[in-house]
Design a protein around this ligand. Structure first.
Ligand SMILES: [Zn+2]
Length: 198
């Protein structure tokens, strides 16, 4: 049987999303048999990513700079703030090339079951950003899951009575849908047809 170093590699790979023990073994072997073209470059990329990628203190994005490239981009419309559940949602929005505002990454959704409340999500940090005088609209782009929609409505409620307009992605997002699983055209259409909320 494989040595402990290989077992450790397999055990770590098996913790990646979409990889069970069986596919982790296949991936490990694939890597080990392609040292020059895959294993060494991957090890180098992982080391570099671990050293240089951090969470943006402004929006919660992951990038090598803090603030991230999106927050630092003066060509981005500071009047539009898109609220996403996670960085996967941010990437999905970015792939459409339609949205030219800035983001706020929640890092999850409200969930009574998992004990995630407004405090755990840092909703106050979002509300503080929403008070920026240049901000015109907050676009809620949480997933079309029950928790995602509960979170959107909670944020809309907290923003009610402020000067900022609140909207949500249109119903082009299927129920139970996570942004990351939608094709770019669907996200773009949902963004264009966004509806006022709250
Ligand atoms: Zn940022």
């Amino acid at each position: 049987m494989a040595g402990s170093e290989i077992e450790r590699l397999i055990a770590l790979l098996a913790r990646l999303p979409g990889l069970g023990p069986r596919s982790a073994r296949r991936a490990a072997l694939h890597l080990l048999e392609r040292r020059d073209t895959l294993l060494d470059p991957l090890a180098e990329a992982l080391t570099e990513a671990a050293a240089s990628i951090h969470r943006c203190a402004v929006c919660g994005n992951l990038d090598a700079t803090d603030p991230c490239a999106i927050c630092a981009d003066a060509n981005r419309d500071a009047g539009l703030l898109c609220v996403v559940e996670d960085v996967a949602g941010l990437w999905a929005m970015e792939r459409t090339h339609v949205f030219r505002g800035r983001y706020h990454v929640l890092g999850g959704v409200l969930s009574a079951l998992d004990g995630v409340g407004p405090e755990e999500l840092g909703i106050d940090r979002l509300l503080a950003r929403a008070r920026a005088p240049e901000l015109r609209e907050v676009i809620l782009a949480t997933g079309a899951t029950v928790d995602g929609q509960t979170t959107a409505h909670y944020i809309a409620q907290r923003l009610a009575g402020t000067a900022v307009a609140v909207s949500a992605l249109a119903q082009g997002v299927p129920m139970g849908g996570e942004l990351d699983f939608l094709d770019d055209g669907t996200i773009g259409a949902a963004l264009a047809a966004r509806r006022p909320l709250g």
